[in-house]
Ligand binder design. Structure first.
Ligand SMILES: [Mn+2]
Length: 381
C-alpha cells in the first residue's frame, strides 16, 4: 500500500497580484504523473484546497479537473478541508463523489470518517478529520470540558477505536507542536493570533502515519511518519529556500512506514536577487533560464536610479517586489515605503524619513535648509 501525501494547494491564490493558477496546474499535473509512475493506491490532500472559503470559479475548475483525472486513473482521493476552505461548500456532492472514490470530508461530524483502501494484507484505514476548532467539537460533546484546541483533539481521539490488524492513517489540518516546540513556519500561513491553536503531537501516537496540512514547509514532527507535506509551491519570499515535495508513503502493515520525498519543480521559481541596477540588468542578459521567475529585487545603488521597476521588468517580467537597500548602519532593515501614520507628519518630516530610508543617515543641517527652501518655493508656485 503506497500513497501520495500533499496539502495546502491554495488554489486561486494570488501573490502580489500575480495569479498562480498556471503554476498550480503545472504542479498538479506533475503530481498526477508521480501518482501514475509510482503506482500510488491513493492520494491524500490534507486541507487548504482553496485559498479562500469562496474560491474564484477558475480555481474550482482546477480542483474539479484534478479529482476527475485521479478518478479516471482509478486512484482514490482522500480529502479534508483546511482552515482556508468552507467546510459546507467542500461537502457539496461528497456523498455522491464517494461512489467515484473521491472521499471528501468538509464538515466535522463528531468523529472522523474512516475509509478503508486496499484489500486483505494491503488494506489501510484512513481517518479523515477536517480542520476543527474547539467549538466544532463542543457541539457534539456538550458534557466534555473542551477549552483549547488540544482539549478538542484529545476528545476526538478518545472516541476513535483503531483496528488492531490494519495500519491507520490520520489526515488532519492543525497547528501541531511537539512538547511546545513549534514547526518551522512561513509567511504564507495564516495562524490564529497568540498561537493558542496548537495541538500536541502526542494525540496522534497510535496512528501508523499522520498526514498533516497547515504548515507550508515540508517537515517531520518527532518521527518520519508524522509529517507536514508542505505546500506544493512557494507562496511567499520566506519560502525561497524550500524544496517543495510530495511525500510518497509506503505502509508495511502497522510497523514504521517508508517515506520518500518526491521533489516538485515549479513552472516559475520564486527567488531573491540583490545588487546595483546596472549589474542586475547585465546579469539578466546572460541568464538563459529563470528570467520568468517570480522575483524579489533589492537594489543597492547609492545614487538615485530612474524608473528601475520599468527597466527591470523588460528583462524580468515577473518581479513581485522591489526594495531599496538602506545604506549606513549594518543592522538597519531594508527600507519599506509604508510611512507610519503619514497623516500626522509634516511634509518636512516625511522627507526626512524618506531620506533616512534611502541613505541610512539623517539629513545634514545644510541639506535640511536646502530642502526647506525648495519646499517653500514649490508651495509658493
Ligand atoms: Mn495553508
Amino acid at each position: 500500500m503506497k500513497f501520495l501525501h500533499i496539502s495546502d494547494l491554495h488554489l486561486g491564490k494570488q501573490v502580489a497580484e500575480f495569479s498562480l493558477l498556471e503554476d498550480q496546474k503545472h504542479v498538479l499535473r506533475q503530481i498526477l504523473s508521480l501518482a501514475a509512475e509510482h503506482k500510488a493506491d491513493a492520494v491524500v490532500l490534507a486541507g487548504d484546497l482553496y485559498d479562500k472559503p469562496v474560491p474564484p470559479a477558475e480555481a474550482v475548475t482546477v480542483l474539479d479537473w484534478f479529482l476527475t483525472e485521479l478518478s479516471k486513473m482509478g486512484i482514490p482521493a482522500l480529502v479534508i478541508s483546511g482552515n482556508h476552505d468552507s467546510p459546507e461548500r467542500l461537502d457539496f456532492g461528497s456523498g455522491l463523489l464517494s461512489a467515484s472514490h473521491v472521499h471528501m470530508a468538509g464538515r466535522f461530524t463528531g468523529t472522523p470518517r474512516c475509509v478503508t483502501i486496499g484489500e486483505g494484507e494491503d488494506a489501510a484505514d484512513f481517518y479523515l478529520l477536517p480542520f476543527i476548532r474547539p467549538g466544532n467539537v463542543r457541539a457534539f460533546y456538550p458534557d466534555e470540558d473542551i477549552r483549547s484546541y488540544d482539549d478538542a483533539m484529545r476528545c476526538v481521539m478518545r472516541h476513535i477505536t483503531l483496528s488492531e490488524e490494519r495500519p491507520s492513517v490520520l489526515v488532519a489540518h492543525q497547528f501541531v507542536t511537539a512538547g511546545g516546540v513549534q514547526p518551522e513556519r512561513s509567511d504564507s500561513e495564516v495562524l490564529s493570533l497568540g498561537g493558542t491553536d496548537n495541538v500536541d503531537v502526542s494525540n496522534f501516537m497510535p496512528f501508523t502515519y499522520v498526514a498533516l496540512g497547515h504548515i507550508h514547509r515540508p517537515q517531520r514532527l518527532t518521527r518520519d511518519s508524522v509529517r507536514y507535506a508542505g505546500s506544493p509551491l512557494k507562496y511567499s519570499f520566506s519560502e525561497v529556500n524550500h524544496q517543495k515535495s510530495a511525500a510518497l508513503v509506503t505502509l508495511h502493515g502497522r510497523s514504521e512506514p517508508e517515506v520518500e520525498l518526491l521533489p516538485l519543480t515549479p513552472l516559475h521559481d520564486m527567488r531573491e536577487i540583490r545588487g546595483p541596477l546596472e549589474a542586475l540588468l547585465l546579469a539578466a542578459e546572460k541568464e538563459k533560464s529563470g528570467r520568468e521567475d517570480y522575483l524579489h529585487v533589492t537594489l543597492t545603488d547609492r545614487e538615485p536610479v530612474s524608473d528601475p521597476l520599468h527597466r527591470l521588468r523588460q528583462v524580468y517580467p515577473n518581479i513581485m517586489r522591489l526594495d531599496f537597500a538602506a545604506h549606513g548602519s549594518e543592522e538597519q532593515e531594508d527600507a519599506d515605503f509604508s510611512a507610519h501614520e503619514p497623516e500626522k507628519k509634516t511634509p518636512e518630516q516625511l522627507f526626512d524619513d524618506f531620506y533616512v530610508q534611502m541613505h541610512g543617515e539623517q539629513l545634514g543641517d545644510e541639506e535640511k535648509t536646502l530642502v526647506r527652501s525648495l519646499m517653500n518655493e514649490v508651495w509658493q508656485e
